[in-house]
Design a protein around this ligand. Structure first.
Ligand SMILES: Nc1ncnc2c1ncn2[C@@H]1O[C@H](COP(=O)(O)OP(=O)(O)OP(=O)(O)O)[C@@H](O)[C@H]1O
Ligand SMILES: [Mg+2]
Length: 285
């Protein structure tokens, strides 16, 4: 099973668009994908995939209830099929209080002389639900801020994909990548694998070329470089679809550079699948 979460030092680099595009690519290649949205902000995977769902309804069963051991129903009923091969667990406003909920559980467990790890709850929920038997790929998207949501995501998936803004402060942030990963590992006490760094919004200026070279020399895997595609990605947010869906259904003519970007996301998705040893499904003629 391939499992990862996008993380980045800065916000707004492209975690959610990368997660959504890769989820679509894995699914289009025939894999069963579980996408888990743990971001409370509005510009999240749940918005992009747009299932019929009220994230503010306190009565509805949601992932947080499962994380704190008070589910209202079966885990599998949390998922919404948002496309062929993609199940989404949508975000819920209760995520805003998850830290407090987890602390309460921890305090209670400790009073009873039991051990409790606040950061292992998503891992527990996914294992108990045997997601491994049902899905080939699990992608968790969060707001990316250090804290219990990100740590639960990391303990559960153990791998990161790092969207990377190739800007003038790039050199500094390449050095920051090691610190980012080391910091995460020490906070959760488990090793984190960097599956890929993905430069996003690349315009091939001289500065950016230098940054890209330095990034490649740093030893991080950089299988693809995604160009500046603001118009395509904004279109996805507007129409609430993946870039594949956007190009197919909302563009009146094909643009070569956009097709190339979709192929690069496919290459990245195949790369990640190979890294995890996820077998290509048999293609039937
Ligand atoms: N290749 C690209 N070229 C230009 N703009 C892009 C590209 N990919 C994504 N964007 C844009 O960057 C913005 C931020 O993207 P996104 O919401 O995915 O980032 P994020 O890291 O998830 O943000 P947050 O930290 O708020 O969760 C969006 O407006 C998106 O359309
Ligand atoms: Mg996001």
């Amino acid at each position: 099973m391939l499992t990862y979460t996008p993380v980045s030092e800065a916000g707004g680099v492209g975690k959610t668009t990368t997660a959504a595009t890769l989820a679509a690519s894995h699914a289009r290649a025939g894999h069963d994908v579980l996408a888990i949205d743990m971001d409370t902000q509005n510009g999240s995977l749940t918005y992009l995939f747009g299932p019929e769902y009220d994230r503010g309804d306190p009565e509805v069963d949601n992932l947080v209830r499962h994380l704190v051991g008070r589910p209202k129903g079966d885990f599998h009923d949390l998922t919404h099929e948002v496309g062929k091969g993609i199940d989404l667990i949508p975000s819920h406003n209760m995520l805003e209080d998850v830290h407090e909920f987890l602390l309460n559980e921890k305090n209670q467990a400790e009073k009873l002389g039991e051990s409790y790890s606040m950061y292992h709850q998503l891992h527990r929920v996914l294992s108990d639900a045997n997601v491994r038997d049902e899905y080939d790929v699990v992608i968790v998207d969060s707001a990316g801020k250090a804290g219990p949501i990100l740590y639960n995501a990391l303990v559960a998936v153990r791998n990161v994909v790092i969207p990377f803004e190739a800007t003038a402060k790039g050199q500094e942030s390449i050095e920051g990548l090691d610190d980012l990963v080391d910091g995460l590992e020490s906070n959760i006490g488990v090793d984190v694998g960097v599956l890929s760094v993905v430069p996003i919004g690349y315009k091939d200026t001289r500065d950016q070329r230098e940054i890209l070279n330095a990034l490649r020399e740093s030893g991080f895997p950089v299988p693809v470089v995604i160009g500046e595609r603001g118009s395509l990605m904004e279109g996805c947010w507007k129409e609430q679809c993946s870039p594949y869906g956007y190009v197919e259904n909302h563009r009146d003519r094909k643009r070569e550079y956009e097709m190339e970007t979709l192929e690069q996301f496919d290459d990245l998705a195949r790369y990640l699948e190979r890294e995890a040893g996820v077998e290509q499904p048999e293609v039937t003629a």
